[in-house]
Design a binder for this molecule. Structure first.
Ligand SMILES: [Ca+2]
Ligand SMILES: [Ca+2]
Length: 240
């Protein structure tokens, strides 16, 4: 594929619209931060506020942890993206993004589990994490531990995201037995990779029931027919 076409495809995917009724958990347009953790300061927090249309519950509690290695692990939120990267091929760390509303969280290096998210997600099938890219170091995959707390029950589920560019990672609510999705109090994601893991997320959204969440995985197989259709439409228009 020509580089120009590849860039065009990437643009197409990035511009994929949200289905009607999708709830924004975080679009990373607000609450910017730049965090660095290392052997001297192995746990760093950023508690940031924003409008509830950009950050569910109005507050994002982020915890960056350094696990091992000679250099830094970093996390940045800026310009509609959340980045995570290890500064060298031997360093490993992890990032937790927590959405539990205004819970008195302070930046002391320890996350507190609040219960003030206040979302009713009964009409949704799950959550989609939109990755611009994932380069999961030596393992070729990264684990994502998702925890959902409700007034009636709490459950966690671990999924694995493989290396890729411009893909959506879907986490189905059917994995969270016992959770009352009408009273969601806290949602959090714990990203853990091996050494040299880097990723960029462009958004976290719920997928309304019947919107095709989980089916729309713009890997090469799904994207190419779509792109072929767009190219054909463009060609047709030009011929008129
Ligand atoms: Ca909070
Ligand atoms: Ca918290």
């Amino acid at each position: 594929m020509l580089p120009k076409n590849r860039a065009f495809l990437a643009g197409l995917i990035a511009a994929t619209a949200l289905p009607a009724g999708a709830v924004t958990i975080d679009n990373f347009t607000e609450g910017t931060y730049a965090l660095t953790a290392n052997s001297i300061m192995p746990a760093v927090e950023a508690v940031r506020t924003g409008s509830t249309s950009a950050i569910a519950g109005g507050q994002r509690d982020a915890l960056l942890r350094w696990f091992s290695g000679p250099l830094n692990v970093s996390a940045i939120v800026t310009g509609g993206a959340a980045q995570f990267f290890n500064s060298d091929s031997q360093t490993a760390g992890g990032l937790v993004l927590q959405y539990d509303g205004f819970d008195g969280e302070v930046e002391d290096g320890v996350l507190n589990n609040g219960s003030n998210l206040g979302l009713n997600l009964a009409g949704d099938d799950g959550i989609e994490l939109r990755f611009r890219f994932l380069e999961a170091g030596l393992a070729g995959g990264m684990s994502i531990l998702t925890t959902i707390q409700s007034a009636q029950g709490t459950a966690s589920h671990t999924s694995f995201a493989a290396n890729g560019t411009n893909f959506n990672h879907f986490i189905a609510f059917s994995n969270f037995a016992g959770v009352d999705f009408t009273t969601v109090q806290r949602i959090q994601f714990e990203f853990t990779g091996t050494q040299a893991t880097d990723f960029t997320l462009t958004g976290i959204f719920t997928m309304p029931s019947g919107s095709g969440g989980g089916d729309v995985i713009p890997g090469p197989a799904a994207v190419l027919p779509f792109a072929a259709g767009v190219f054909a439409a463009l060609r047709k228009r030009r011929q008129r």
